[in-house]
Every structure is written in structure tokens, then in C-alpha cells.
Design a binder for this molecule. Structure first.
Ligand code: NAD
Length: 421
């Protein structure tokens, strides 16, 4: 069976399916099947050797009916128009599910940043923002970090846009360093939100979190903080899978639980978790096949669970922390095997929710404590979980389908009130 890997086709199919299931007629789908606006830009960059090189960049604003478009900017050699459009659709879904007043947007530049000097990267970042400046603003579209764009890149984005606007505009991007208007708690927010979801899953399914065993793929930003904060809530993390340039994929396993704080320190020193002393090394194949795990959390990359490994998974619950970690065909196998998948657009929405908090703080010039950020985040994600779970029960659909339906329903209600359909 050929797997559906064109992300925009997957996204369009998801919109269509949700519109049909909610009996919305074709008009809502007609509005949502393509982004409201897509811009393709050419970004000439003066290279260190004196030559000029051009890079192609994109910004897709899928929907702005619930508020300004919101979404990250990816710098990666595989960036293409369909991927950017698909990611902007999923941002519409994600903001709708979280119930934050944003639509969906996404941007990207086709570039391998490892081949750029710091100066070239800065000139590319500034060039990208100048190119899309006419269609963005804190009220229209707010970029953020994604693959290979970090707080420093956001600082350049903010500075360049501020020159364009003629005044300091911190609310133009989120994910900034704290000293120039970033939010406390943003760095760990996605992983923290995943732990809130783990707690909700346990409550909903009558499991005791103190007896719940987790296996997490990825010990990067999301996976590491998901592990740490889930452990702080009482869960036991028995396995972490990782990838290394030299040895490829591997996992560290301890059936009694890994010491996550010690693993943070180990990674800080060594740059990886290979041979972490508190566990034994196993292969990624063995990781997926673990049979004494309650919840698997893919927190590394897209397409981690495919038709190749889905049937191996013994765990009955998956909490998706990465974006798009399960292919549609793999999900069919999981469903057949009685595995419940809690979808990415719900489970990793802690990141965009904290970005929303950053923007609110920028607009008000009034800054919150990390405790305020975490407790508001918990409130928003708990409500989102309950809404998705209710939709799942009411319509007898999967949780992914329910999440899509929750956001499409909110958008369709507003479209009707505003007279769009
Ligand atoms: P990251 O680069 O910090 O971490 C990814 C980790 O996964 C790395 O440590 C990498 O070595 C590891 N990895 C890569 N391939 C692997 C493999 N095959 N097996 C095991 N480990 C592997 O990235 P991140 O920010 O943690 O993002 C992870 C995922 O979460 C991505 O899909 C991202 O789009 C999504 N996400 C991130 C945020 C955020 O706030 N950072 C928000 C929402 C969604």
C-alpha cells in the first residue's frame, strides 16, 4: 500500500472529512481548502565571498477568520510550497482546538543553514522578513520559530520588522529571547503541555499516573521537557529514543525508570545520551516493540510511525508530541490493534499557547511570572482536551478526527455569523 506522504493532500482530506461529518455542506470546505493567501518570495543574500545568492521563501496564511495567522518559519532544504501550505492548515486546526484567537499560518525558506555563516544567516533572516513585511503585522500574521530558526533568528526578525514599521514592534514574532520580550516558560511550554495531556489521559482513562510508564522518542526540546515534567507529575519514563550523526538511532531503557534530571546533565556534558549510565542501550526497533509501556510519546520528527513499525507497537496509548508523527495508513493499523492516538494538534499545542501568551504580554507591555504562564497554559489545554474528548464520544470518531471537528466547527460558526457562508 502506498503511504500518503503529500502533507497538503492529507490536510485537505482532513478538512473535507470534518466538514462532511459536521454536515456543513460544501461552502465551508470551499473557503478552507486553500490558504487565504500565499506569498512566494526571492531573497537575494550577499554572501561572505562577495557573491550574491538567491533563496526561495514562502508564507502561507491559511485562515484568519478567528484572528491573525500564527505559525513558525522553517529554514530547511526540503521546504516547499505544499509543505508550507499543509503546515498552515494544521496551525488553523491547532489554534482552533486550543481556543486561542488565532488563525493558521506558516513560512519557510529552502536553505541548508549549516552551509551559512552567522552573518549570512542574519542577512537571510532579515531579507525574508523584509520580503514578507507587507503582509504581516501583530494584527495580521505573527511568525515564530520552527526547524532551524531559533530565538536569535526571532530577534533579527523583530529588529528588521521594527525598522520597516518605524517603531519597536515586539508583538510581530514570538519565541524571542526573554530580554527583548520573550515569555518566561516558552522554552519548556510544548513539553510541559505534553505532560498536562499525559495527566489528562490518565484521569480520563482511570489510570494512576504514579503507576504509568512512558517511552519517549526524542530528547530534544519537546521530548526532554515532556519527560522531565511528566516525571515530576509522577509518571515513570522507562525509555528514551534518540538519533546521533555517528551511530544513527538508538534508545536508552530502564524498566524501573530513567533519572531524567541526570539525563539532562549527561546530555549537557556529552551532547547526547549514548551509554547513559542509568539505563541500557537498545535499538529503535526494540524501543517500538517494548511491551511494558503504557504510553508512547513520539517527540522527534514527522512520519516516525509508518506501516513499517505500526504493527510492532504493543502500547495501547500514543500521545503525539511531534508534528505529524503517524502516517494515516499507520494509524489505520494502530486503530485495528486497539491503540488510541491522542493527536499532535491537541497534545503539542502548549507551544503555540505560550506563544499566544508572549504576544498578549507584548501588546500589553506587562509581563507574567512562569507560574502564571504554566497555570494559564494548563487551563487552556485542559479545556481543549475536554472538548476534543466530548466530540470523540458524541460522534464516535477518533480523537484526531474529533480535534479537526472541534476547530472546523468553531470556524464554521464564526463564518456563518460573519456572513461568509
Ligand atoms: P529538536 O530538534 O529539539 O528535538 C528533536 C530530537 O529528536 C533531537 O534530539 C533528535 O536527535 C531526535 N531525533 C531525530 N530523529 C530521531 C529518530 N529517528 N529517532 C529518535 N530520535 C530522533 O526538536 P523539537 O523542538 O523538540 O521538536 C520535536 C517535534 O515537535 C517536531 O516534530 C516539531 O515540529 C514538534 N513541535 C515542536 C514545538 C516546539 O515548541 N519546539 C512545538 C510544537 C511541535
Amino acid at each position: 500500500m502506498a503511504e500518503t506522504l503529500n502533507p497538503f493532500k492529507i490536510a485537505q482530506d482532513e478538512i473535507k472529512w470534518a466538514c462532511d461529518k459536521l454536515n456543513l455542506g460544501n461552502s465551508v470546505y470551499e473557503v478552507l481548502k486553500e490558504p487565504e493567501r500565499v506569498i512566494v518570495v526571492n531573497i537575494p543574500v550577499k554572501m561572505d565571498d562577495g557573491t550574491t545568492k538567491s533563496f526561495v521563501g514562502y508564507r502561507s496564511q491559511h485562515s484568519t477568520i478567528l484572528g491573525p495567522a500564527k505559525g513558525g518559519v522553517r529554514f530547511h532544504p526540503n521546504v516547499n510550497l505544499d509543505e508550507v501550505k499543509a503546515l498552515s492548515v494544521w496551525m488553523t486546526f491547532k489554534c482552533g482546538v486550543a481556543g486561542i484567537p488565532y488563525g493558521g499560518g506558516k513560512g519557510g525558506v529552502c536553505v541548508d543553514t549549516q552551509e551559512l555563516s552567522k552573518g549570512e544567516l542574519e542577512r537571510l533572516a532579515r531579507g525574508y522578513i523584509r520580503a514578507i513585511a507587507p503582509i504581516i503585522s501583530p494584527e495580521k500574521d505573527i511568525p515564530a520559530p520552527d526547524v532551524a530558526t531559533n530565538p536569535q533568528v526571532m530577534a533579527w526578525f523583530m529588529d528588521e520588522y521594527s525598522k520597516f514599521a518605524g517603531y519597536n514592534t515586539p508583538g510581530i514574532v514570538t519565541g524571542k529571547p526573554v530580554s527583548i520580550g520573550g515569555s518566561l516558560g516558552r522554552n519548556q511550554a510544548t513539553g510541559y503541555g505534553v505532560s498536562v495531556m499525559v495527566q489528562k489521559v490518565c484521569e480520563q482513562l482511570g489510570m494512576d499516573i504514579n503507576k504509568t510508564k512512558l517511552a519517549i522518542q526524542g530528547f530534544g526540546n519537546v521530548g526532554s521537557f515532556a519527560a522531565l515534567t511528566s516525571a515530576q507529575k509522577g509518571a515513570t519514563v522507562v525509555a528514551i529514543a534518540e538519533w546521533d550523526k555517528k551511530i544513527g538511532t538508538y534508545a536508552v531503557y530502564n524498566e524501573d525508570g530513567l533519572d531524567i534530571e541526570a539525563m539532562f546533565k549527561y546530555k549537557e556534558e556529552k551532547g547526547n545520551i549514548i551509554d547513559f549510565p542509568g539505563g541500557k542501550m537498545i535499538s529503535l526497533d526494540e524501543f517500538w516493540k517494548l511491551d511494558n509501556v503504557d504510553i508512547m510519546i513520539p517527540a522527534a520528527m514527522e512520519n516516525a510511525i509508518t506501516t513499517k513499525n505500526a504493527a510492532d507497537i504493543k502500547t495501547k496509548i500514543i500521545v503525539e508530541a511531534a508534528n505529524g508523527p503517524t502516517t494515516p495508513e499507520a494509524e489505520q493499523i494502530l486503530i485495528k490493534n486497539g491503540v488510541t492516538v491522542f493527536p499532535d494538534i491537541l497534545c503539542n499545542s502548549g507551544g503555540v499557547t505560550a506563544s499566544y501568551f508572549e504576544w498578549v504580554q507584548n501588546l500589553q507591555n506587562f509581563y507574567w511570572t512562569v507560574e502564571e504562564v504554566n497555570s494559564r497554559l494548563e487551563g487552556i489545554m485542559t479545556k481543549a482536551f475536554d472538548e476534543v474528548y466530548k466530540m470523540h464520544e458524541d460522534y464516535k470518531v477518533t480523537l484526531r478526527e474529533a480535534a479537526g471537528m472541534v476547530s472546523i466547527k468553531k470556524i464554521a460558526d464564526v463564518m456563518k455569523l460573519r456572513g461568509w457562508v
